[in-house]
Structure formats: C-alpha cells, structure tokens
Design a protein around this ligand. Structure first.
Ligand code: AKB
Length: 316
C-alpha cells in the first residue's frame, strides 16, 4: 500500500539515504524530507520534496504535518552519544523536544512515528554478550538516557493514545554517503576514509572494544520492513534489538589491511568514547526482531568492507 512519509532530520547520515530508499518503494512524490540547515535543504531539494524545518518549533512542524498529511513520520533528529557528553542539556532539549513534538503531532494528525533508538540504551549493568531484547537498561550517557526515555514515551503514546509507534535499537551504522557526526561508533566509518586516502588512521576507541555494527543497506531495510510489519505480530514496539555484525577496531583494521596492505593504524584513546564503548553490548540478541517482523540482515564485515572501499575509491 502506498504511504506518504515525512522524514524529519533528513540531512543526517541515515536520513540522506533513507529518502531515496523510501522514494524507491513509495514513489518520489510520497517522501518529504525536512531538514534544519538551509544549505543542506538546498542540496536535498535537487533530489526530493524538501522543507526547511526546525523540529523544535511546534507550530512550524504542525504546519508541515497539516500540509503533507504523512502516514508516517521518521523522527531522525538526534544529538549522538559523544557530542551529547559535551553539552548534556542541549542533547536532552533537542532529542526529547523533537520526539515529543513528533508524537504529539502524530496523535493530533493520526499518523505513525518511527524513531531510531540505539545500543546506547544499555549500560554497565546490562549483560554484554548476547544482550537480550528485554533486559537492564541503565545507561550513563545523556544520549542513552534520552533513548530509554524515548522508548518509554513512544510505548506510552501507543498504549495511551493508540499512536502507531515503532523503533529499532540501531548499532553503529556504516555508510559511504553522508558521514555520521558525534557518535562513538563513527570510527568504523572514518577508518575507511583514511584507508582510501592513503593516510594512517588514529583510532579513538580501544583495539578490543567490541560493538554491534550494521551496513547502511541493512539499516534502510530495517526501517522499511518495520513500518510494513503486520501490527498483529508485534509483541514489542519500542524498541527492537537489531544487529548485523560485531567487531572491534583491531579486527576491522585487519579486514582493511588484507585489502590495503600498506594501511596503518595507531591508537589515541578518547576517554569519553572509551567509557561509552565499554558500557555498550559486545553483541546483541536480535531474535525478537527476526520472529516478530522477519528481520534478516544481509551484509557481513567482509562484504561491507569490499563495498565501502569500492564506493569510496570512486568518491574520494
Ligand atoms: C553513536 O555512536 O552514538 C551512534 C549510536 C550507536 O547510536 N552511532
């Protein structure tokens, strides 16, 4: 069935590629990209219906929802984990403000809301290996606190107001399109840029810090599959563990070095990222997503590395 989709925060790492992914499913006219930064809006408007919007401005946001009448809002506005620690108050204000506006407008205009959650919801007390779907969630980053609060608030809007809210806990997303910004898992993207440029990479995360990761095509598939999922099969909603691979910097380095033997990496550990990485799972159990809506990732570390290098060699 065709749907109209409003993507808010569309100019970021996921949004940029989600726009064309959803256009390919629902049609170019049915996807509206909303973005705060005028320069990014201008660039996006060459490829998509675009509107410049500050998602914290409730009235302006309401105008956009009233005009386009989306079936789904993708609320991608986020200050990520490492940046959030520099200014926790702003991170709370932006992350929770955009989510609350999205939920309220979905309630008023009767549409669904998809909000990415994150492995950031977990903390030191969470079982790190095979992290279950339903487990201890006591993060100690402001980003994680926003994401746990967001999951609870989204479930609340579903049970209290019947808003169709759905979400996945994304791991680090690796892509060759738009760079991520301010995350703990960003090293897994930046390392490829250094390798292709012939530079050595300074890694801010310890060599043995395992975290879940996913290549962008799988992340896009997670977004579209979950909004198409049969609601009768959903036992969970906000939010599902999803993963595709787990590795540490030392392993990713070896994978790239097998393809570029001259590639060098050294470590200059960022204590903020180190603490965050060590509090996140080594790998999650995503069996509920598999059972409830057929989650099934395609890309492993080797296939991802080959594809990243191929695309970045054309781009850089
Ligand atoms: C981050 O590192 O902050 C994000 C995430 C895993 O949510 N990429």
């Amino acid at each position: 069935m065709s749907k109209t989709i409003l993507i808010v925060g569309a100019g970021g790492q996921i949004g940029t590629e989600l726009v064309s992914h959803l256009q390919s499913i629902y049609g170019e006219d049915r996807v509206i990209a909303a973005e705060l930064r005028p320069k990014v809006c201008k660039r996006m408007s060459e490829k998509a219906r675009t509107v410049c919007l500050n998602a914290l401005d409730r009235d302006a946001y309401a105008e956009v929802v009233r005009k386009y009448k989306p079936d789904w809002i993708f609320n991608l506005v986020a200050v990520l984990s490492a940046t959030g620690e520099n200014n926790p108050q702003t991170a709370w204000h932006v992350n929770m403000g955009a989510l609350l506006n999205s939920l309220e407008l979905a309630r008023e205009f009767q549409c669904g809301v998809f909000t990415p959650s994150s492995i950031g919801v977990f903390g030191k007390d969470t079982p790190p290996d095979g992290t279950p779907q339903d487990t201890i969630m006591r993060p100690n980053t402001i980003y994680g606190i926003c994401k746990v609060s967001g999951e609870l608030l989204s479930d609340y809007y579903f049970s209290r107001f019947g808003v169709d809210t759905r979400s996945v806990r994304f791991p680090g997303i690796i892509s060759h399109g738009t760079l991520p910004g301010g995350g703990t898992t960003d090293y897994a993207v930046e390392i490829f840029y250094a390798a292709v440029r012939g530079e050595s990479f300074i890694c801010p995360v310890p060599h043995n810090a395992y975290m879940d990761m996913m290549y962008m095509p799988d992340a896009l598939k997670a977004c579209s599959s979950l909004i198409e999922a049969d609601p009768a099969r959903l036992i969970h909603r906000n939010s599902f563990n999803v993963t595709a691979m787990s590795f540490c910097p030392g392993e990713l380095y070896e994978v790239i070095k097998r393809r570029i033997p001259s590639f060098k990496m050294e470590y200059r550990i960022d204590p903020v990222k180190e603490a965050i990485a060590s509090s996140w799972p080594n790998y999650m159990d995503d069996s509920c997503a598999r059972a409830e809506w057929g989650w099934n990732p395609t890309w492993d570390i080797d296939a991802m590395a080959d594809d990243m290098l191929k695309h970045l060699r054309m781009k850089l």
